[in-house]
Design a protein around this ligand. Structure first.
Ligand code: PMP
Length: 276
């Protein structure tokens, strides 16, 4: 935390920090597979980009952060787990404008095998469409992994879980399919893969990896804009993200899907890539 190794219980912030009150906070979610940090440079680059979009100046460079990630994972003996770097504006000033406040950074890691249980992954999950919409690029810094953007994600997921679903599908401000609350989405139709253009939500690192894998497997991938009705005759649907990896989706409200060959093939290939 701010350049010093601290015990979990001692890694605290003041209650009057700007990140907590005004949402000036960005973070990353990164996985460690067998001691190797997956797509480390891409995640750290995104952390810097996210911070920049929120006018936060991280007082270290990318290489220093990359190095600390490995040191920390080693120190904590995390072989298969998760790394959470978080960057926030400090407590110097309790006001909307806090231009001269310090930017802080902390990095935590813990062992964490899977977001959904292995049985749940193969079983597939059930989603419901949220009433909350992903904002337009001129309403929020949509390319930033900013804590504030997760407010509507938590609200959507809470509501979905209370109704008995596993997660929510969010449409965007135009009513087009966007993503789940913490993951991107793919669909298949007649052995072709489709995924929404990430023009108002994160272009996930897992999403990009899955597109590469799919193309290498000879699958055609179309990035486009899709209305919810597109789901009508989709055969397979799955989510992608650092936390969820590739998780098949069985239903989105009235639309039903199967955990089919394409999803299984991509899960298999993805599992090879992350351990490569
Ligand atoms: N969208 C949202 C809202 C997310 O939180 C995540 C997880 N970071 C993703 C998409 C997927 O991104 P990635 O594959 O880079 O983890």
């Amino acid at each position: 935390m701010d350049g010093v190794y601290k015990k979990w219980k001692e890694s605290n912030v003041h209650v009057l920090n700007h990140g907590l009150h005004y949402g000036s906070c960005v973070f990353e979610g990164i996985r460690i597979y067998d001691g190797k940090i997956f797509k480390l440079e891409e995640h750290v680059d995104r952390l810097f980009r996210s911070a920049d979009l929120l006018d936060l100046k991280i007082p270290y460079n990318n290489l220093e952060i990359n190095k600390v990630m490995y040191e920390l994972a080693k120190k904590q003996n995390v072989l298969n787990g998760y790394i959470r770097p978080v960057v926030w504006r400090g407590s110097e000033k309790m006001a909307i404008s806090a231009i001269d406040s310090k930017t802080h950074i902390a990095i935590a890691t813990w062992a964490w095998p899977s977001y959904f249980s292995p049985e749940k992954i193969l079983e597939g999950i059930n989603l419901t469409i949220s009433d909350w919409a992903r904002p337009s690029p001129n309403s929020a810094p949509v390319d930033s992994k900013a804590a504030g953007l997760y407010m509507i994600c938590s609200l959507s997921k809470h509501e979905a879980e209370r109704k008995g679903f596993d997660d929510a599908l969010m449409l965007d401000y135009r009513g087009l399919i966007a993503e789940a609350t913490g993951a991107n989405i793919f669909f298949t139709k007649k052995r072709k893969l489709f995924t929404p253009i990430p023009d108002c939500f994160l272009n996930g690192i897992t999403r990009k990896t899955v597109i590469e894998i799919a193309k290498l497997q000879g699958l055609e991938v179309e990035e486009n804009h899709f209305k919810p009705e597109f789901l009508e005759d989709c055969e397979e649907v799955f989510l992608t993200g650092t936390a969820v990896e590739i998780t098949p989706v069985l239903s989105i409200d009235k639309y039903k899907f199967t955990v089919g060959e394409i999803t299984k093939l991509l899960i298999n290939e993805f599992n090879k890539v992350v351990k490569d």
